[in-house]
Ligand binder design. Structure first.
Ligand SMILES: [Zn+2]
Length: 263
């Protein structure tokens, strides 16, 4: 069997942090064991940027949606544009969408975020696509919304950059969802996430970086890229008592099943 390549489920290569060396960096992925990458949209501009990256690189796929930080900028036109992007051949998910109460504390901001999150969950349902959720300091509201949608029927999804505890993880795992695990798991003080990784079945974990953010040890604080996923796989393997190779293989199968299984 040939060596399994890493499936990176969440990065932002349209970010300006990659402007200086995007081509050479992305050109080096396959030879360094990164088989496939999902570029996740955040801003409205990133919808077009992600579509372009997808066109240019055969191994890049797209998640289309607007991050809660920009929820107040989402109009009906933007939602229509997301719908059109989701019809592109290599679109694999609606994301990243969700709630962020860390940066946004006002009730009115929360109301708008919830409304836009739900509107994009509707698109995922309508397109029969997985969703990719961002949730920070918004544990209960996120769970309530996701549960409600799952009850009504959804294709599946990923809770990206999972940051809550075991109890919350159990809720999502019981719904058949996947947890996105990245660089944070390598941090010494990430006790809660290490516990979650120990608890969660490997069959429901996917690898992600959130590049350019959240670079793992030993590169913490530097610009992140998918090339660092080997450190994440090694730490997950250490926690679960399996080889990094197995982590890479199983998480890649998970991502293939969820994100490319419809195709
Ligand atoms: Zn992200």
């Amino acid at each position: 069997m040939s060596k399994m390549q890493i499936f990176e489920t969440h990065a932002h290569y349209d970010d300006e942090a990659f402007d200086a060396d995007r081509e050479s960096l992305l050109g080096s992925m396959n030879e360094n064991g990164i088989g496939k990458i999902v570029n996740a949209c955040a801003s409205i501009e990133s919808l077009d940027d992600t579509a372009h990256l997808m066109e240019k690189y055969p191994f890049i796929y797209g998640a289309f949606g607007i991050h809660p930080d920009d929820a107040d900028k989402v109009t009906e036109e933007v939602l229509d544009k997301i719908r059109r992007c989701c019809d592109l051949e290599k679109a694999v998910a609606v994301g990243e969408i969700g709630l962020d109460y860390y940066w946004h504390k006002e009730d009115e901001e929360h109301r708008i975020q919830k409304e836009i999150f739900c509107a994009q969950m509707e698109i995922a349902r309508e397109k029969k696509m997985p969703f990719m959720v961002h949730s920070r300091e918004a544990a209960q509201d996120t769970l309530d919304i996701v549960k409600e949608y799952i009850k009504g029927g959804m294709y599946g999804g990923i809770i990206h950059c999972f940051s809550y505890g075991k109890e919350m993880a159990r809720e999502y795992l019981n719904m058949g969802l996947y947890l996105g695990v990245g660089g944070v798991v390598t941090f010494k003080n990430a006790r809660k996430l290490k516990e979650v990784v120990e608890y969660a079945p490997l069959e429901q974990i996917v690898l992600e970086t959130d590049s350019p953010y959240l670079s793992p040890e030993p590169n913490r604080g530097k610009r992140n890229s998918s090339l660092n996923l080997k450190f994440v796989a090694a730490e997950i393997g250490r926690i679960k008592g399996v080889e990094a190779e197995q982590v890479i293989a199983v998480t890649a199968e998970n991502a293939e099943r969820l994100l490319l299984g419809r195709k």
